[in-house]
Ligand binder design. Structure first.
Ligand code: SF4
Ligand code: SF4
Length: 369
């Protein structure tokens, strides 16, 4: 295992992290926590020392499952969990404190190493949470009381907004979605974290399963014939020196092995290799949004990159229902059809689109769902 320092802290963290949101239904729904705990301790034996969970994961059982595993393990690992109003319903700083106490009790630990302000979608949402009287005060109180060691940001915002949020100095690290398909959307956030010496934990290296589902599209990521596309996608993230941890949602020991194999003989990715991947994305996925964000200035305020990301799911899986599921569950856009109905077809976004995508037509399709 390779370890990297978490931002300005003295913590050495494994570059592969355990995302505790994919325990098998057949195990935890039947109360078989023992089987899940075996997976957790197996990962620890392989050198993984970063465990990321949250309330609500796995039918709200993930923290409890980890707690069951941790009670049987030596306490030589780090734990990350999360909260925010729009996901967990914590409206006040006292709610946050209660949430943290509950997480501690479920996890069976005295202190949360990395507490995340969860799922920040843009800068306005961030400002709401961090203003005077906002829930962020609960995070600060928890830190003062020693319940939390470090406060971090978990976000799906674009690179510019991530940069602004990190520049406030409120966070020691950032957790963001980053993978071989969407990396252009967040590169600026990564650069800002590097400049400010903040840790970066990436989630979703397999694009929510999209990359291995279309192994043919993504075969250009592979280094040799024996490589799997999943391994290549994990290596893509881990090979960024500025990424501290690549989180993988594990269900099986074989997946833990695959992630550990992916980082054997790891070399830092070069700018040239990133450019090559971008050009492959255009060549082999030329009808897919790369998340660059250049179109993100709609006069009607439509979150175009998010809606085009949702449309990507349809292109890859051929299932239209995947569009709405991505809009609502991942992006949490609550307006009807994610706001696609508001489009007045002014054409501004299509002019800016680096992929020359038929955005207006795609929005019409989304609006008709
Ligand atoms: S065409 Fe529609 S989505 Fe694009 S900028 Fe104009 S109003 Fe916004
Ligand atoms: S729709 Fe086009 S411009 Fe907008 S984020 Fe996607 S690729 Fe970039």
């Amino acid at each position: 295992m390779i370890y990297r320092k978490y931002g300005q802290t003295d913590k050495e963290i494994s570059i592969i992290g355990f995302g505790a949101m994919r325990f098998l239904d057949e195990d935890f729904k039947n109360g078989n926590y023992e089987k899940c705990a075996e997976l957790v301790s197996y990962a620890r034996e392989k050198g993984i020392n970063y465990f990321d969970t949250a309330p609500l994961y796995c039918d709200d059982q993930s923290e409890k499952i980890l707690g069951y595993a941790f009670r049987q393990m030596k306490k030589d690992f780090y734990v990350s969990t999360k909260t925010s109003t729009h996901v967990t319903g914590d409206k006040t700083s006292d709610d946050v404190l209660r949430r943290i106490e509950n997480s501690l009790s479920r996890l069976g630990i005295d202190r949360i190493n990395f507490m995340h302000l969860w799922c920040i979608l843009d800068y306005d949402m961030f400002r709401g949470y961090t203003q005077k009287g906002g829930i962020f005060e609960g995070f600060l109180k928890a830190k003062e009381r020693g319940l939390v060691e470090h406060i971090s940001l978990s976000t799906h915002a674009n690179g510019d907004d991530i940069e602004k949020m990190l520049e406030t100095g409120l966070f020691e690290g950032v957790l963001l979605g980053y993978n071989a398909t969407n990396f252009a959307f967040r590169e600026k956030g990564l650069e800002a974290a590097k400049r400010l010496n903040r840790a970066v934990v990436t989630m979703n290296p397999l694009g929510g399963g999209l990359i291995p589902q279309r192994a043919d599209y993504y075969s250009f990521l592979k280094q040799n014939d024996e490589d799997t596309v999943a391994k290549a996608a994990i290596r893509f993230n881990a090979s960024h020196p500025e990424i501290t941890v690549t989180l993988c949602g594990f269900s099986t020991k074989a997946q833990v092995d695959e992630a550990c194999e992916a980082i054997k003989d790891l070399k830092p990715i070069t700018e040239y290799e990133k450019l090559q991947i971008k050009s492959h994305l255009k060549a082999s996925l030329n009808n897919v949004c790369t998340g660059c964000g250049y179109c993100d200035d709609c006069p009607k305020g439509i979150a175009i990159p998010k809606l085009m990301d949702a449309y990507n799911q349809y292109i890859i899986t051929d299932k239209k229902e995947d569009i709405m599921s991505r809009i609502q569950n991942h992006w949490q856009l609550r307006e009807e059809n994610g706001g696609a109905l508001e489009c007045i077809a002014c054409g501004k976004c299509e002019k800016a689109c680096t992929q020359k995508l038929p955005i207006i037509k795609r929005l019409e399709e989304i609006a008709s769902l």
